[in-house]
Write a protein of this length. Sequence first.
Lengths: 346, 239
Amino acid sequence: MRPLTLRRLFLQCFILVVILFVVVVIALKFGAVPVSLYALGRDLLRVLFGQTSQISSDYGLIVWNIRLPRILLGTIVGASLSVAGTSFQALLRNPLADPYVLGVSSGAALGAILALITEPYLSLSPALSALLTPLGAFLGAAATIAAVYALGRREGQIDSTTLLLGGVITASFLSAIITFLMSTITSGNTRGMAFWLMGNLSTSFQKSVYWFLGIGFIVATGAIYTTATDLNLLLAGEKEAMHLGVDVPRVRLVVYIAASFLTGLAVSVSGAVGYVGLIVPHVMRLLFGSDHRTLLPTAALGGAIAVVFADTLARTLVAPNDLSVGAVTAVVGAPLFIYLLRRRLA
Amino acid sequence: MTKSLNRLETVHSLDTLGISSYATDPHTVDEIISSSKKLADVLGAPEAGDLIAADMQRRLADLQHRIGALPPKRVLFAVWTEPLISIGKDTFIADAMRRAGAVSIVDSSLNWPHVNLEEVARLQPDFLVFATSHSESVPPQLDALARLPGWQILDAVRNRRYVVMSDAVNRPAPRIVSAIEDLARQLHPEAFVEKPAGSKEILEKEHPTSPHGFSSRGFLVADSSQIDTMSRGAYLCAH
């Protein structure tokens, strides 16, 4: 591993930020309503100078009230899933770990649905009931990863084939429960089955939700980042890391809670978007190496780029209709998963 | 059973079990009427079928007479809002909209298109239409919708132009006519201003000193209350 310099870290992140900016501009430009780059730039300057009142045309409103929030959502969902995937891969020492493949996303979706079903009976204040869905999603994610972890252990060691198999079975079991709930519960506010099982970013949220997502993402990712050097040592094995002075149970707990939280966060607003946590960390490892001090921030930026780009395709490929962004990521992700699996077995 | 949701194999399986079946796949309100009639024939009650079909046709013709000349309202029929699912132009629901004096802004040949909210904002429907089996529980959900930035840019949301109608519109069965009447009343209230009230005035003007004024008024009031009971009855049937 090359010694890390701050300059290299900044350079790598800067390149990715530039790519993210370009992708965001592309995403802002394309959609059901055509917008010229000039109008986009003019409105962008007005937003920067706080003259939002001058953006009055319908097209401007479409860009700022529908397209931009959706891009913001894609950024946070992509970054969260990618950081969660990177963390699960380090924690389970399995490069094929991903919130979707391991069933964690389905667990989070089930938790969120249960929260939405019970919410009307709890008579909470609006602020608290808004937090109930992400809380349910987090608990669902945490319980699922604990169950999959237990399933994947054989004679005290994690067996990667058993782990993946356990995850896939858990995912299909939980999806079946979601399908069952969706077919029996008639309550109007649980969102559609297509939302939870395929994942999509078309839902409009109130402004406070974006703040909650952003702060939650920064706190959880920050917590994982404090263990970055420990995660590097964990790659050598749990025993070896312990001999080198890593407090393995503490690192495991921090990463386990934070990664479950990130998955819950993403799933509660977008459903189960698959394979982002698998593809992006792999690409970033190929490009920038597997030092978690660079891998975590580059994976976050890469995840944002991937999901915003995938969602732009989802919005425009069959316009004026929408595709589920989960369908786009799965079309790219599933074959890549098989390729990585075969390369590992070879 | 409907052909669009069931497979031919199911019909064959039912046949081998000795259970006779009737499959239909109506795409328009006219096809619903003829399929209801055919179903009655199959069930051995052709008179009832004729009666139902005649009643449906009469009520639709009456509706056409009332609102046919009015410009149709442009609506978005929302099956779901998260994600936003609407109806395609070749569905019987879209045809039911047309019968009720409305036209769906979604021009898709898919049956259940997943519509982009941007496209809805570009087309700006006059009304959002929701179908539900329990109309009381919907308004809070609509209030929540109105607080979302994405939906706020729809004129229909800003002006609270929502229509909540009976979910009988989702079933290709005779009750759909009640749903169509229900929707037409909400979209074109001006066409349903009780004519007896209007004609009553005319009658009174025409015959201000008529000795039969009272009786004619009495007759008209009875008539309009009869219409009321009828429509209420239809409404109850629809639920």
